[in-house]
Every structure is written in C-alpha cells, then in structure tokens.
Design a binder for this molecule. Structure first.
Ligand code: NAD
Ligand code: MG
Length: 323
C-alpha cells in the first residue's frame, strides 16, 4: 500500500508482510481514558491521521469499556477507504469486568469486536496485558484458539501485549515458531525507560514484529502531565515534570522530543501514540517527519536525559506478581 504522505516512513512488521506507518494511532483516548473526547473530534483526528499517512490504528474492548472500538470503527468507516489501506489491531482477554483468556471468551470476543468496529476481520488480535493471566494458559489455550480464528479469516495475525518484558520471552520460548507474529510493549522505549532495546535482538531472531506503545510514557512526557491514575512513583513524576519544564524554557515541547526519541529505532515497526485531537495528530506527524528527515535535537535530548538519569528505567509493578 502506497502512503498518502511519502515523508511519513513505513516499516515492515516482522514477517507479516504488513507495512506500518512509523507512528500508529493509539485509540485508547477515544475511549475517554485521558478525558472526554467528542465524536466529532475523534472523527476529525482519525481522518487527518489517515490523510497524513498513518495507516495503523490500535484499540481494545477494554478501552473505555468498548467505547474506543465503537468510536474508532465509526471513524474508520467514515473514511470510505479500501479496507487494505488501513491496519487495525484490537485485543482480547481484558475487559472492564476483568480478565478472561479462556478459549471460549476470546473466541466470542472477536465477534463482539468485529461487530463494534463494523469490520469483517482485524489485521492483528492481541492478548491484552497477559501478565494478569496465567502465561501457561496463554501458551496452551489462548494462542491455539487465536490460531483457529486465523484459519477462519477473522484475524490475520496474532500478538501479545503487556508491561513486564519477561512475559514475551516466556511465551515466545514455548509456542510453536510462527504462531505469535507480533508483540506490543509499552512504556519501555521512551527517554525515561529504554529497556525494550535489550530484547530487540531476541525478538528479531524469533521473527516477531515489534510495536512500541506509549512513547510519552502515558502522559508523563507531556506538558500537561499524566492522568490521575498514572502508576509512576512520585519521584518519576516529578523528574518528568522537571524535564517538561526544561524543554518549555527552551521553547520546545517535551512530547515532541520524547516521540522523536522513540521513532529513531527502526527495529521498532510502529510507535503507538495515544491521540485525541486534530492538533495532536498534526504535531506528532510533523515531529515524525522532522526526525526522519532532519534528525533529532541532540543537545536538548542530552539535557533531558541528564534530568531523567536518576529515575532511568524505573518502572512500576503490573500483573500477578510472582516471587
Ligand atoms: P502515550 O504515551 O501515547 O500518551 C498519550 C497521552 O499523551 C494522551 O493523553 C494524549 O492525549 C497525549 N498526547 C499525544 N500527543 C501529544 C502531543 N503532541 N502533545 C501533548 N500531549 C500529547 O500513551 P498511551 O495512549 O497509553 O499509549 C498509546 C497507545 O498504545 C494506546 O492508545 C494504546 O492503543 C496502546 N497501548 C497499549 C497497551 C497494551 O496493549 N497493554 C498499553 C499502553 C498503550
Ligand atoms: Mg492498555
């Protein structure tokens, strides 16, 4: 598929044959996860993103308790674009009611998602935040159920998502080669935490495509700061606030510097940014085009890295903790 915007890079997603725009549209904000978004604004943001060359849209039944899927589906249909021109990923196993990675639930889940999205198939179906489930169930029951969905054409590719990086090696070391096509990691390839980097050679050796989400660390690396529910420690929040203020003092926006940092590693097929407005789409696409054509602001990035050094690679617990 040719890009509407030749300046916005497309990158191969592992061995899937899909070419994703280097920035992907994270649709969790369309579920009002970061504050209320009107349907008009959502439609305009999706339309502008697509027209500027973004071809990858990510959602989940969990985001806004199914709202994100409905709003995204409506916005995508309104584009009137041929189906093969956009890539849609959604997820299964995580719902506002709780987690359920059983074969029965995920098999039903895809039908519900397709109905809400108004699509015949999704390009990628991902097991959502598997550290909250039993990883052996993911290997022995969930992935086999998803393989059946692949056979009947409801999904094209299979992925797994979550926060702790160890979940990816656990599952990928145990499933038949080629059954998991993609991993989605989040909050591990941003200026404050780049621990995903160490896993990239392993993922490449497995032929698995890499999507990295939350380059803005779920709002930590923005001028407005994170939402109330953000799990970071007070130290991490305050260091990020200081980094944002430093950029502002230099007439720059921390969000731009942060997004550009994440985009520079081409082993990552797409960096998923949550966007809820036309302005954010414009800014983020401009930042991507700038960094892949002109390059990054080395000096300011070094200063920001120095401010974040005391909290570098600090993360937070997620999932069922094992001793
Ligand atoms: P993010 O780091 O992309 O930050 C999103 C926040 O930054 C939102 O509040 C957004 O409005 C704001 N923002 C975006 N562009 C901005 C700009 N230019 N200036 C100022 N603020 C800006 O975090 P995210 O939304 O959590 O992650 C991106 C996407 O990745 C999600 O929407 C979701 O699709 C996906 N994701 C998946 C998982 C998972 O599967 N477990 C986890 C996290 C994220
Ligand atoms: Mg999530």
């Amino acid at each position: 598929m040719a890009s509407a915007n030749p300046k916005l890079q497309r990158r191969d997603l592992g061995l899937t044959g899909l070419k994703l725009s280097c920035i992907g549209f994270g649709a969790s904000p369309l579920g009002n996860v970061f504050g209320a978004v009107s349907e008009d604004e959502a439609n305009s943001a999706v339309r502008l993103a697509f027209s500027l060359g973004i071809n990858f849209f990510d959602t989940s039944p969990y985001y806004g308790g199914t709202l994100s899927e409905k709003v995204l589906g409506k916005a995508l249909r309104a584009l009137g674009a041929p189906r093969e021109e956009f890539v849609v990923s959604t997820k299964c196993g995580r719902y506002v009611e709780g987690f359920d990675f059983s074969a029965e639930r995920v098999t039903k889940s895809i039908d519900e998602s397709l109905e809400r999205l108004g699509l015949d198939y999704v390009d990628i179906l991902q097991c959502h935040d598997i550290e909250f489930g039993d990883l052996d169930q993911i290997v022995n029951e969930t992935i086999p159920a998803l393989l059946k969905l692949k056979q009947v054409g409801k999904i094209r590719f299979i992925g797994i998502t979550g926060l702790p990086l160890g979940i990816f090696t656990y599952v990928l070391d145990r499933v038949p080669p080629g059954s998991v096509d993609v991993i989605l990691s989040y909050c591990h390839y941003s200026i404050n935490d780049s621990t995903l980097e160490d896993l990239l050679p392993y993922l490449k050796s497995k032929g698995v495509g890499v999507i990295s989400a939350s380059p803005l660390a779920m709002g930590l690396l923005t001028e407005n700061g994170p939402p109330e529910w953000h799990p970071a420690s007070p130290e991490l929040k305050s260091a990020c606030r200081a980094a944002g203020a430093h950029c502002k003092g230099k007439g720059e926006n921390i969000a731009k510097i942060a997004l550009q940092y994440s985009l520079l590693n081409k082993e990552i097929s797409s960096v998923l940014v949550g966007m809820n407005s036309v302005r954010q789409v414009q800014e983020n696409v401009a930042a991507a085009v700038e960094v892949t054509t002109v390059g990054k602001d080395e000096e300011l990035l070094k200063e920001v890295e120095a401010i974040l050094e005391p909290v570098k690679n600090q993360t937070w617990p997620s999932g069922i903790q094992k001793s």
